[in-house]
Design a protein around this ligand. Structure first.
Ligand SMILES: NC(=O)c1ccc[n+]([C@@H]2O[C@H](COP(=O)([O-])OP(=O)(O)OC[C@H]3O[C@@H](n4cnc5c(N)ncnc54)[C@H](O)[C@@H]3O)[C@@H](O)[C@H]2O)c1
Length: 282
């Protein structure tokens, strides 16, 4: 049961057509937020909208589904404008859209490289750029990009993906410094548990689950971690890298008002301690 900690808030989740993004969007809606979901896949986006509809009390949380490519700066700006036109504000941006076609470095081409960086890194910038003036006007906001083990380590066949995910950590740490005076938090959050692999479609996931060949956690179990973070005052935790798995476990064991410790909120405790030492919490 997700507590309604985000009532009257407005969230935007990119790449929400399936997988982690669909689960995060549903969790934010269950917490009472109005949610805009965007994706490039119309059918999967519609499936997410139906899932949210079935799971949420419509009297307090409404949904807007928009076909929007994170690579298209003008379209991202237009979606931000549609959100503000509809609900008057935008409090939470979860930059989740990503692609991960596995490819050895020898198979990389400049076009492949550009596409990977465009979706996985520049796409996040486009979202933050689009919501920034609204969040500055409100003096309130949370920008959360999705992290990965590839944010802090290298993996074979993931050179461009790892580069983009590492880049998001630098983006987050630097932007947090400029965002803090505006009461805007900038963080990343990894799943922290094994979930359905990226680029596996809804149909493929259903087939693999039916065949018993999917040993993945349900991403919905991780959604409360986003509700917890988005409900914090923006100047409390910023410039940090979280993991949803440990947070979900902590919430289940201790409730939403748990006393903070890095090991309760991330798998990468030393890195969080170092960042906190550089920019202490309020
Ligand atoms: N699945 C994992 O094991 C895992 C692990 C670590 C991090 N992540 C991260 O979690 C996030 C979600 O990944 P997932 O595994 O749910 O992937 P997924 O492939 O299931 O979902 C990604 C969604 O993004 C959409 N998308 C792709 N390109 C887009 C674009 N240009 N514009 C808008 N939408 C676009 C896709 O249509 C899809 O709906 C990603 O940031 C990924 O890097 C996933």
């Amino acid at each position: 049961m997700i507590p309604r900690r985000l009532e009257n808030q407005v969230a935007w989740v990119t790449g929400a057509g399936r997988g982690f993004g669909a689960a995060i969007a549903r969790g934010l809606a269950q917490a009472g937020a109005h949610v805009c979901i965007t994706d490039v896949n119309a059918d999967e986006l519609a499936a997410t909208a139906d899932e949210i509809d079935a799971a949420v009390d419509r009297s307090s949380s409404t949904t807007l589904a928009l076909l929007t490519d994170v690579c298209d700066a003008a379209a991202m700006q237009e979606s931000a404008a549609r959100i503000v036109e509809r609900w008057g504000r935008v409090d939470i941006l979860v930059s989740n859209a990503a692609i991960l076609p596995l490819a050895p470095f020898e198979a990389h081409t400049p076009a492949f490289w550009r596409k990977m960086i465009d979706v996985n890194l520049t796409g996040v910038y486009h979202g933050v750029w689009a919501v920034w003036p609204h969040m500055v006007r409100q003096q309130h906001g949370h920008c959360i990009a999705i992290a990965s083990g590839a944010s802090v380590r290298g993996f074979v066949d993931e050179v461009a993906y790892c580069t983009a995910k590492h880049g998001l950590e630098g983006f987050t740490q630097a932007l947090a410094l400029e965002a803090r005076p505006h009461q805007i938090a900038v963080n990343t959050m990894g799943p922290g548990r094994r979930i359905k692999p990226t680029s596996v479609s809804r149909d493929q996931e259903a087939q693999q689950r039916a065949a018993g060949s999917a040993d993945w956690s349900d991403a919905l179990e991780l959604a409360p971690a986003f509700v917890w973070l988005a409900a914090q005052p923006p100047d409390r935790y910023t410039g940090l890298r979280f993991d949803a798995g440990p947070i979900a476990s902590t919430l289940a064991n201790e409730g939403y008002d748990f006393s903070f410790a890095p090991e309760k909120v991330t798998l990468y405790v030393q890195s969080m301690q170092e960042r906190l030492a550089r920019a202490p919490m309020q």
